[in-house]
Design a protein around this ligand. Structure first.
Ligand SMILES: [Zn+2]
Length: 177
């Protein structure tokens, strides 16, 4: 799932995995594009090359694992999907975040590291009430932990934590249930 919202003419895109949707965007409507990555598996990043082509200023919020994975078709698993995505690290403007960092004030956008599905997993919390959980918590679907970098115990811990944190609030998971 690709989500997006606009603040002060900045378009924030959570997981640009859907190139068709991204194609419909008109870059003249925005001053810049910021990508919030919930993790760097192929199905969450397919649209990154399209965004790089389209926008003059694109930055991407992730951690070191996310950058490494994004830039390797083997690690992001696109190599095995018939459409390898190889992104040149030099081409990307990475903005590295730490666990619990705020990357925007109003609305407040916070990075919560939620590894277990993959070491690059970050849940993005908006104003303490919206959660973009990627594949770390998809209500009704158990977290996948059998891909490279997956860790069952950690995944369970963060799945439970996210369940608690988001109770009664809005969850936007990485896949439709
Ligand atoms: Zn995934």
């Amino acid at each position: 799932m690709t989500y997006w919202f606009v603040v002060d003419r900045i378009i924030f895109i959570v997981d640009p995995g859907d190139p068709d949707f991204l194609e419909s965007l008109d870059p003249r409507d925005y001053d810049e594009c910021r990508i919030l990555l919930t993790h760097a598996h192929f199905d969450h990043i397919y649209g990154v090359p399209e965004l790089l082509r389209k926008f003059e200023k694109v930055s991407i919020f992730t951690n070191e694992d996310g950058a490494e994975t994004l830039c390797s078709a083997k690690k992001n698993l696109s190599k095995y999907q018939g459409e390898p995505i190889e992104i040149n690290r030099e081409e990307m403007d990475f903005l590295f975040v730490d666990h619990c960092d705020f990357i925007y004030k109003s609305p407040s956008i916070r990075a919560i590291f939620t590894p277990g599905h993959h070491p690059s997993c970050i849940t993005w919390m908006i104003d303490g009430e919206c959660f973009f959980t990627g594949d770390s918590y998809i209500p009704g679907i158990p977290v996948v932990t059998n891909l490279p970098g997956g860790r069952k115990e950690l995944a369970r811990k963060w799945e439970n934590r996210l369940k608690e944190l988001s109770e009664g609030l809005s969850i936007y998971p990485g896949h439709k249930v």
